[in-house]
Design a protein around this ligand. Sequence first.
Ligand code: FMN
Length: 387
Amino acid sequence: MKWGQEPLNIGEWRTLARRRLPKFVFDYVDGAAEDGLTLRANRQAFEATQLKPRVLRDTSAIDTSVCVFGRNWRLPIGVAPMGLNGLVRPGGDLALARAAAAAGIPFVLSTASNERLERVRQDLPDAELWLQLYVMQDPSITDQLLRRAKANRFDTLVLTVDVPVSGLREQDLRNGFRLPFRLTPKLLADLVCHPGWSLRQAVAGQPKFVNLVEEVGRALSAQAQAALLARAMDRGLNWARLDQIRQSWPGKLVVKGVLHPEDASLAVKAGVDGIVVSNHGGRQLDGGVSSINALPALVRAVSGCIPVFLDSGVRRGVDVIKAMSLGATSVFVGRPLLYGLAAQGEDGARRVLSTLGEELQRAMTLMGAADLHDVDGATAHAGNFQS
Ligand SMILES: Cc1cc2nc3c(=O)[nH]c(=O)nc-3n(C[C@H](O)[C@H](O)[C@H](O)COP(=O)(O)O)c2cc1C
């Protein structure tokens, strides 16, 4: 993409983000675990999934909406939880939440957000906001987060279960990525080459994990921040502990990071309200199955009892159709929103969502699907076409 050109698709938003962000930030956003096998598998599997369009169907009016947990989403896309959005741009969590609300879709605020959940709710009193939970070694963090989420009408809790330890992100190690930043000659050179980003961060101050503490203004120690970055998770988290969370959480409970069909069945038995088929965008187990290839077996395993969401690798509107053809209720999108945010702030995030929405509309029209119920299992096949 040439300088000055407007991005046409998510790949071009990524190019723009790469130009605007210091290398250590871009690598944190874009990177994956170890050799990037699962990261690449996510895209390869989407690319290998083919659709069988229908013809001679009336597509003069296209409806992209879905109903999830009794609420209408204008697009079958949610904004995935991402930590440290403030590093991409100060106020990043609010910018993404506003972009999602403007598009009529839910926003999932991360445990590792740089904005307090109270502040996001205050800014968007009517928006559909979900909270993602990392169960950390200190149980009081979970207790107070659930209490505050309830009080602030975050009616869906997304329990992330694929991070008992952090995946090995070697690029972050090579870049010396840590909080608080330590100014090295290499980092300084990176900052000088990206004056827009550096200036904004200098004015706002380094992003902090403000959502973790109950009282406003109580600063988290540098060690606690470092622990969160290294993700001091409760490795004892198991189905029994999930049951306790289920008992103490009155809202919807969605488990994120499920890839094995037996775990999907166990999730149904445990009384969860939904699962997200996800490999964390290839940032955790390198060598894990791609989400889109894992999806059909998980859809079979839950046999319609609960919605099955999918994330990891969605980059085009047509990918949304592929996921829904294979039984997903909707998808969630991660990095593309951060590319938009990095390039053009909230406006960039909104434009990323519009791009995906427009691509989805066109793909539905070409599929002969006036609404998303017309996209069914007969139209997609992971891998080679047999029939
Ligand atoms: C920078 C970044 C931070 C993330 N932080 C979290 C997080 O705090 N909690 C979580 O459950 N998932 C987190 N994820 C994973 C996303 O929720 C999602 O599973 C993944 O990004 C989807 O893949 P995609 O980026 O290919 O769309 C993060 C992903 C990225 C890229």
